[in-house]
Design a protein around this ligand. Structure first.
Ligand SMILES: Cc1cc2nc3c(=O)[nH]c(=O)nc-3n(C[C@H](O)[C@H](O)[C@H](O)COP(=O)(O)O)c2cc1C
Length: 372
């Protein structure tokens, strides 16, 4: 029988044990780290005998025993089998996204088919509920600006807002009034109401958020807002205040932080969505909950875009940014408090450069409309 190492395989240490984790077909299996060397001998279709000959310092029995375990775990696949075909197909489809993205995706899927045994989520070893982390992030020593609380000015018809929303990459450069920024921040990130979760209060926003954990904080990079000097601020939703974290932000730095995208120099402000993981993980101690953090960021991004549009601003967003540099500017530790998404807005240029033209017949002519 010829065997090959699964292409969809990640090995790591967890709780002091070496784990071989083939995905999605196999189970995470704790093994001696020597398993890595044995797996290396199965780079291409190989018989256990050929592998044993290559691994001369190990006895054939040791290799046979390890091979049996690795086959059971799904780390070694038999030639011609359905599992090997699927493994190749997954490696092909996920291509350059492997191993990081495919591992996260598959290692956190089908979780509810076999729920982990043990204590209910959020309970400590003694069975006592873990204490709730603080609901809001605060920088009590930072200089702060309590923001105005005038009418938000969100009366634009919903249908118009929905269809007018576009990603803007060109802006007039005219400063955005601080009142407009304040309305946007309060509407998207401020608390709407507080609910009793049975162990304390949680708050809700205008966006749905997994478990109402509100693990995402907003950091504002001000470039051109009247009444605010350029710099990085944290939006404190509890006080409706901006806390100054670091002074100064130039258009060049904004573009640099957004992975050298030229348009990012032009908005009036950036908003960094940063997850405080503990607020989510204390309730959901499963890696799948990280998916929820990303989904939550998406919801906030959409509410931001619609609210900015309703306020007459042009919204933008980017998944391409310099994570560590942004974390540094926002005073985030980059470990338990880490940036996920960067939003931006400003007064939209009436005739934007770089706006894509509408597709005409030539574009449709070179487009496959339907997947078979
Ligand atoms: C999660 C996400 C990430 C994005 N990242 C970028 C980006 O890095 N650079 C950019 O210019 N646009 C980015 N965009 C904007 C998209 O290109 C834009 O939404 C798309 O072209 C559709 O246009 P519309 O938003 O006007 O409907 C991003 C959009 C989303 C939702």
């Amino acid at each position: 029988m010829r065997l090959r190492r699964s292409r969809c395989l990640t090995c790591y240490w967890h709780d002091g044990a070496f784990v071989v984790h083939p995905h999605p077909h196999g189970a995470p299996t704790e093994l001696h780290p020597a398993a890595a060397e044995i797996l290396a001998a199965f780079e291409d279709w190989t018989t256990p005998g050929e592998a044993a000959a290559r691994l001369g310092h190990l006895t054939p029995d040791t290799v046979d025993e390890a091979v049996a375990t690795l086959v059971r775990s799904g780390a070694l696949l038999a030639r011609g089998g359905a599992a090997a075909r699927r493994d190749e197909e997954i490696a092909d489809r996920w291509g350059a996204w492997m191993p990081e993205a495919s591992f996260f995706h598959y290692a956190t899927q089908d979780l509810y088919d076999s729920p982990p045994a043990g204590d209910p989520p959020g309970d400590d070893e003694a069975g006592a509920p873990a204490p709730l982390p603080p609901l809001f992030t605060g920088h009590p020593d930072a200089p702060r600006l309590l923001l105005p609380r005038g009418p938000a000015g969100l009366g634009a018809p919903f249908e118009r807002v929905l269809y007018d929303r576009r990603t803007h990459r060109d802006f007039t450069g005219e400063p955005v009034p601080v009142e407009t920024l304040a309305s946007l921040l309060a509407t998207v990130f401020g608390p709407v109401d507080f609910i009793d979760c049975g162990r304390g209060a949680l708050y809700r926003r205008t966006s749905p958020q997994g478990g109402s954990r509100q693990e995402i904080d907003a950091y504002v990079g001000v470039l051109g807002v009247s009444g605010l000097s350029p710099g990085w601020y944290h939006y404190d939703g509890l006080q409706h205040a901006l806390e100054l974290l670091s002074e100064g932000l130039t258009p060049e730095e904004a573009a640099h932080l957004c992975a050298d995208q030229a348009w990012a120099a032009r908005p009036a402000f950036l908003v960094v969505l940063a997850a405080r993981l503990e607020r989510m993980s204390v309730k959901y101690p499963t890696p799948r909950a990280y998916r929820v953090c990303l989904l939550d960021a998406g919801h906030l991004g959409q509410t931001f875009a619609l609210t900015a549009t309703a306020l007459g601003l042009g919204p933008s967003q980017t998944g391409a940014f310099r994570d560590s540099a942004i974390a540094g500017r926002c005073g985030l530790d980059g470990t338990g408090h880490t940036p996920l998404y960067v939003l931006a807005a400003g007064h939209p240029a009436p005739e934007p450069r770089d706006a894509p033209p509408q597709a005409g017949i030539p574009a449709f002519g070179s487009t496959t409309l339907l997947a078979r």
